[in-house]
Every structure is written in C-alpha cells, then in structure tokens.
Design a protein around this ligand. Structure first.
Ligand code: 26Q
Length: 814
C-alpha cells in the first residue's frame, strides 16, 4: 500500500517528535527533510527486504560490484521519482506549509567519488535495480568526500566535504554484519589439507569494518520496485580500532590510524602516508566485501562447488584488484580448496573494467609496502605470477620482452592492471575506441595471450536520472510525442526523430530551453561569484568535468580569448555566448589549477570590458557535483567534448548533454565516436581535430595563424594576470604548450573553425532544433540499461529476478 498524503504528514510529525523532540511547526527544513526521508525509507525497506528474500528463494546468481567510488547524487527526489511518489509528497509538503525545492536542498550531495568512474557506478546500480537484476554494490563510506572546492580570486581552495554532519537518513548501520580486516603481521607457512603451502598470520593488526547500507531504488511506479543494497564500509565508528596502548605510549597518530582508514577519498597522486592509507582502504573494501560475499553464499551452500556458478564480482578499475589475491587465499587457506581449483574459481567469478589507457595512470604498488602491509596477499601474488610466467614461457620460449611486459611484479612494483587481467575471465574497455586501444596498444601482449578475455562494453548513463528527473520539461516533451515507453526502454527514443522538422516541436523545444536557462541562472548565482550578465538568449557553451590537461580546458580557454579579440575588433562579428565551466582538480595538480586560474582571469578581463561583456561571458561554477550537473546540463546548447583523440576512455557527460538537447562539439575520441555514428554524419556537424591514428604522426606545429598567436601571447604579456604570481602561472601554461603533449595548438585552428559553424547554425534556431532532436533520438543505446544488458550477456550471465509477490505481500502485512 502506498502512503497517502495524510499518512505522510502524520508520520513526519511522529518522527520529528520522537527523534528530534520538536513539533512540525518548530522543525527546520533540514529536520523536515530528514523526517520525510525516514518516512519514505519505511516504504522502501519493505521492498528492500522482499528483494533480498526473493533472491535467496531463487538462489539466484548474483553480481557484486566493487568500486572505491560512487557518485549517486541526492537521493530524495530520485527515490520519490523512481517509485512514483512525488505528487503525494508534494501534497503532503503543501499541507505542512513547506516548499519541496527547499526541502530537497537540505540533503548533502554525497561526494564519495571523483568523476566519471564513480558516477558510472551509480548509473549502473540504477539500471541493475530497475531491470531487477540480482546485484549488490560495495564501497567505502568516506567520512569526507572529495574536497569542497572554493574558488578564491581564481584559485581552487580545498575545504573538507563534511557530508555526514547530520544523521544520514538513507543509511542503515548493520552492526551484526561487521567484518574484521587484518593488516601487517608475520606469516608462518603450513601445509593445507590439500598439501599446498598456506600461511598463518601472527602479531597482526585487526580493524573492524562496519557496514552501512544504502537502498538503491529501481524505477517502477507499480510499487513492486526492486531495491538493491549499496554497502559502504567504515572504520570510523568502531571503538576497537582505537589502539589505546599506542596512545598511552605517546604515539597518538599511530593510535588512531585505523579509525581514519575510511576518512577520506584519495586523489590519484599520493604522498607516502597517503599511499599507505589508500592501500589499506583498497584492502578494506576487498577483504570486508569478500567476507560478506562468502558469508552470504554459505548461508545456503555447504561447499564451494557452486561458488563460481552463483557469484560474479566486477572490479571497477584496478582499485579493488587485491580481491583476486584475497579470494585465492581464502579458498586455499580457509576453505580447503586446492590452489589450481582456487585460481580457476577466482578467474570464473572475477571480471575487470578498465577506465584509462594512459600508462602513467595505471595503478602500481611498491613491493615493500605491500609486503609489509599485506604479507599473505603479497605471497599469493608472487606465486600467481610465478605460475603465470612459467606458463607464458612455455608458450613463448625465449620471448623475454613478453615475459617482462606481462609480469605482475616488475621493477619492484605490483602492477595492478596485470594482476586484474591475469585473475579475471573478462576485461572490458568502456568504448569501442578505448577497447581497441587496450587490445592493440596498452595491453597488446595480454591480448595476444588471451584474445577471448577482451570485450567492449560502451558506457551509458541512466536516462531516468539524467532526463526524466533532471529535465522534467523536456521529458514531458518526449512523452507527449512518443508515449512513456522510453522510460524503461530507451531505444524508443528513436521515435522522436519523426518530430525533428515539426515546427510546433521546434518551438516547444526552444521554449523549454529558455525555461531551463532561466532556472540555471536563478540557481547558479549563489555558486558563481564571477557571473554578472548571463542572459538566456545567449549560446550556452558548457564544459563541465574534472580539470585535466588531456581534457583540454586550456584549448577552450584559448578559444575564448580568440573570441574576445574578434569581438574587440568587430563587435558584430560573433554571436552572444555564455561560456560555463565547472570541475575540480587534484589538490597537487599545479598545471590544472593554473588552468582554472586562467579561465577565471579571462572571465574577469571580459567582464571588466564594457564593450564586450554583454556579448561574451565566462563563468566558473564552484564545487561541481551531481546536483550542479543537474542544473547546468538542461541549460546547455553546446557540450564541449574536446579531449585529445585517444585519451578519454569514454566520457559520459557527453551522453547526458545529448539526451538533454545539447549539440556536441567533439573530437574523434572515446564514446564520441560511437555517438557520432549513431547520430550519423548528416546530424553530427561539429566534429573537429586530429584523429587517434593521426596523432602519432604529427610533429609539433609552428603557429602561423595570427589569431592563435595573439591569444597565446596574451598568456605571457601580462594582460591577464592580476599579480606576479599569476603572471608566472600563466607563463607556465604557455610553456606547457611548447611541448604541447595534448595537441592543444594543433587542434585549436579546427576548433575555432567548428565554432564558426556552431554560430551559423545557432542563427537558425529551427534548424538547430532539428539537429538537437535528431541527436536526442539517436541516444537509445547510451542508456546504462543497455550497458547492463551487455554486461550480463557478455560477462555475468544474470537472470532478472523481480520481487516475488507473495513475499512482498507477507512483508507488507507485517
Ligand atoms: C588511483 C590510485 C590511487 C588513488 C586514486 C586513483 C584513481 C581514482 C579515480 C584513479 C582514477 C580514478 C578515476 C578515473 C575516472 O573517472 N575515469 C573515467 O571513467 C569514466 C567511466 O568509464 C570514463 O567515461 C572517462 O573517460 C574516464 O576518464
């Protein structure tokens, strides 16, 4: 039974009274938010339990998704939408004299991920739940998410992201299911029953991992929605993790180290302490989750005979790759399995998704550190590597280069990608182009050894969050024309193409865009100190993502300078444009931080120029997160997807923008390639830049284009810098362009030209709408629903398992 308005009002009042000790009239919006979330949770938990019971009843094969990062966005509205309770809650809030909009804003946006990889994990969970797949996510409950980004005088300042300041109504602490994780210690070799050498551990440290479960609600207005657990481990709340003896001995920081393991989400580049804690974190996720997976399996099985039939584990990049060593170890040491069989089981259940081709971004760990922290797992890796290399040598005698390249341990480091490939039965890239690069370049030796291991699964996004909930006006536009079947079968979006030339649809399209732009302008003012004059009739040109040299925000910035000089010479030469940036970068990534500074400085320069500022604006939206994306994306006309060809594994914001009616300015990179193929050349007007295969052959270009020269010179002539330090920073950026590893200068010319085409089309709004509608209509295969089906077909082989009616009814009756 669904709650009705009065019941919600009553339950909210009851919650406030018994948990906070306040009446509805006295409660703050934050308190009302929490009470409302709890009320909704009551409803959700029935399905949560029914889902679990159903999976148990069918002894279904289950997928466990292990990821160090998730980026779910705020839960309240997403959950209300997914279970079709938004209207009822609106009614209840009206009775309580509260505004939905301000209640929603009370929820902190969980920043427990840094970018695309974390957001992908959350999109996949949404689709798994919606499609009723038996699955569960595991991650870490970081006390502090990715830092909160403040932009002060153009500089990124990192402040802690305290997202757990208030009690989090979406999580349930599961005391009884905590796990013990062991670090350090000395090992003794003994013989297993099977005669294999296995190791016992002595004088080790034990850390308690406490699980917090968040229900992930699938879309299903029928009230039979599937609800999957996202289990996040924390070391924070366990008093056992505080080592009093060390404290008493005056070693105060050491005493608390194990309480803080799950404290912060680490960025890519780490100092020595950072490295140790990050490795501890990765093993915490692996060990605690694996204990949990095995415990669940053993609830209904006596032997491990069915383990490789019932369990699938996906590792999201190499961050949870220690799982491979730990599973082999558990099977051989604790569960009486011969080594060979343990390896076979491990490979059968495990698969690995790679998200990067850049060699410098591949994860490796110092042998010494791993040996010290995880002596037993290191031993397993050594043995695994030994046997694997023996095998390679016998297949390719004398090929020493091959042996060196595929070795898991090399040059004093454990290569986590190599471990992941050897220990998995499937390895996937996240776009066609990316998978081809993995096969032919990054992992070409492994591809030679195991051609069948490599598969492509192109990323997607959940179109329910990113279109249905994020852009209700455009969703309504779609439903009005093609019915609502697209919500659960996004391939139906192709029917929209029939409306691309319909004048009424084109006019509606623009009316919606205008409203979304106004919503954006209203919503963003508080986050964007340098926004002065954004007007809703300007071309909204948006680049929002992590700041990284390969993503080429610097090229975009140089282009804005070119626009500025064009306008300075002839104000009528270009159309009105509002450039919007958002994104964080790692605290220690100096070049990227200077790019932020440059963008800010360009914005400032333009906003101080009375002749130009009504024609061109640059805004930097602070502290980019999922909620900001939800505000920005529906307002965008142009989505900038301009990475150097061959560097962006996939890119997923490109899909969100296209679904929301923006057109893509894009290089031949990542998922852009497949999206452009789906849209077809006829409706994909803004491709530019070198292609992957051209990159390797292009030498550095001499700049003879005076417009580019002028933009470039302004980086070092002092005209943008407010002080010496800034001048030095911008000169530094200029110098990076002398090597130009990312072909910024090379592609700038064609970027400039394609932007002229953008403006030509923008002057013809009805034709623009035709393109945009075609673009939307071609997005059918870029939903994570499709992506999940591909994972299931090519890797997991899962069977959907919708909630059993009798189980649900029984639970509902109490
Ligand atoms: C590694 C070691 C130590 C600490 C941190 C890390 C680390 C953390 C996060 C390394 C990489 C990441 C994140 C990578 C990421 O977000 N990759 C993006 O994944 C998306 C989903 O597949 C793709 O669309 C993007 O192209 C890719 O950049």
């Amino acid at each position: 039974m669904h709650t009705d308005i009065d019941r919600i009002v009553h339950k909210v009042g009851e919650y406030l009274l018994s948990n906070i000790g306040r009446s509805l009239h006295e409660a703050t919006d934050e308190e009302v938010y929490r009470a409302l979330a709890h009320t909704l949770r009551d409803e959700i938990m029935v399905n949560y339990l029914a889902t679990e019971r159903t999976f148990e009843k069918h002894d279904a094969r289950r997928l466990y998704y292990l990821s160090m990062e998730y980026l779910p966005g705020r839960f309240l509205l997403n959950n209300l939408n997914n279970i079709a309770q938004l209207d009822v809650v609106k009614g209840a809030l009206q009775k309580m004299n509260r505004k939905l909009d301000s209640i929603i804003l009370q929820e902190n946006d969980p920043g427990i991920g840094s970018g695309g990889l974390g957001r992908l994990a959350s999109c996949l969970m949404d689709s798994l739940a919606t499609l009723h797949y038996p699955a569960m996510g595991y991650g870490l409950r970081y006390q502090y998410g990715t830092f909160e980004q403040q932009i002060v005088a153009g500089r990124q300042i990192e402040a802690p992201d305290c997202w757990l300041m208030h009690e989090n109504p979406w999580e349930i602490r599961q005391e009884l299911e905590r796990a013990t994780v062991k670090y350090h210690g000395h090992t003794k070799v003994i013989k297993s029953f099977q005669g294999d050498p296995v190791e016992t551990l002595h004088d080790h440290e034990e850390v308690w991992a406490m699980p917090y479960d968040i229900p992930i609600v699938g879309y299903d207005p029928s009230s039979k929605f599937t609800c999957l657990p996202l289990r996040l481990w924390s070391t924070k709340e366990s008093p056992r993790n505080f080592q009093l003896q060390r404290y008493n001995a005056g070693k105060i920081d050491q005493a608390a180290e194990n309480m803080i393991i799950s404290d912060v989400l680490y960025p890519n580049e780490l100092n020595e302490t950072g490295k140790r804690i990050r490795l501890k974190q990765e093993f915490l996720l692996v060990s605690a989750s694996l204990q949990d997976i095995i415990r669940r399996y053993l609830l209904s099985h006596d032997t491990f005979n069915d383990f490789s039939d019932k369990v699938r584990i996906q590792i999201n990049d190499t961050h949870p790759a220690l799982l491979i060593a730990e599973l082999i170890r558990c099977l051989t040491k604790d569960h009486n399995t011969p080594w060979k069989r343990a390896l076979e089981i491990t490979q059968n259940v495990t698969s690995y998704t790679n998200h990067t081709v850049m060699k410098e971004a591949l994860e490796e760990w110092d042998n010494g550190l791993m040996k010290q922290l995880l002596p037993r797992q290191f031993r397993v890796i050594e043995q695994l590597n030994h046997e694997f290399l023996e095998n390679v040598r016998s297949r390719y005698p004398g090929d020493h280069d091959l042996v060196r390249d595929v070795s898991i341990i090399e040059h004093g480091h454990v290569h986590m990608a190599n471990l992941s490939i050897v220990g998995s039965h499937k390895v996937n890239g996240v776009s066609n182009l990316h998978t081809e690069i993995l096969k032919n370049s990054a992992f070409k030796d492994f591809y030679k050894l195991f051609p069948d291991k490599f598969v492509n699964i192109t990323n997607g996004v959940t179109h329910r969050l990113w279109l249905l909930h994020t852009n209700p006006l455009l969703a309504e536009f779609v439903t009005k024309r093609i019915g609502n079947g697209w919500i659960t079968d996004f391939r139906q979006i192709e029917k929209l193409a029939a409306f691309s030339k319909d004048p009424e649809s084109q006019a509606d399209f623009w009316a919606i865009r205008k409203k979304n732009k106004e919503r954006f302008i209203r919503g963003i003012k508080q986050f964007c100190k340098n926004t002065l004059f954004i007007e809703s009739d300007a071309l909204f040109d948006v680049q929002i993502k992590r700041i990284h040299e390969y993503k080429r925000q610097l090229m975009n910035a140089l282009h804005i300078l070119m626009l500025y000089f064009d306008l300075s010479e002839n104000p009528g030469s270009r159309i009105k444009r509002s450039c919007i940036f958002a994104g964080k970068t790692a605290a220690g990534y100096e070049t990227a931080k200077n790019i932020i500074r440059l963008i800010f400085a360009i914005g400032k320069k333009i906003s101080l120029d009375p002749n130009i500022r009504h024609l061109l604006q640059v805004s930097y939206v602070e502290n980019y997160n999922v909620s900001k994306a939800q505000l920005i994306i529906p307002a965008a006309d142009i989505s900038e997807q301009i990475s150097t060809a061959g560097t962006e594994a996939s890119g997923t914001s490109v899909m969100k923008f296209a679904m929301n009616g923006a057109l893509t300015v894009g290089t031949h990179d990542g998922a852009n390639v497949e999206i452009s193929e789906a849209v077809t050349d006829a409706w994909w007007p803004f491709r530019f830049g070198l292609r992957t295969e051209e990159i390797a052959t292009k030498p550095f270009t001499h700049i003879d284009n005076p417009k580019i020269r002028r933009a470039l010179d302004s980086l070092r002539d002092g005209s943008l810098a407010s002080n010496e330090e800034e001048h030095f920073a911008f000169c530094g950026l200029y110098n990076t362009l002398l090597h130009d590893s990312y072909y910024v200068l090379h592609d700038l010319q064609s970027f400039y030209e394609v932007q002229l085409k953008v403006e030509e089309l923008f002057k013809n709004p009805m034709l623009w709408a035709t393109y945009a509608i075609h673009n939307m209509a071609s997005m059918g295969s870029f939903s994570t629903d499709v992506c999940i089906k591909n994972y299931s077909d090519l890797i997991w082989n899962l069977t959907p398992c919708p909630i059993d009616n009798t189980i649900l009814e029984k639970l509902r009756q109490g």
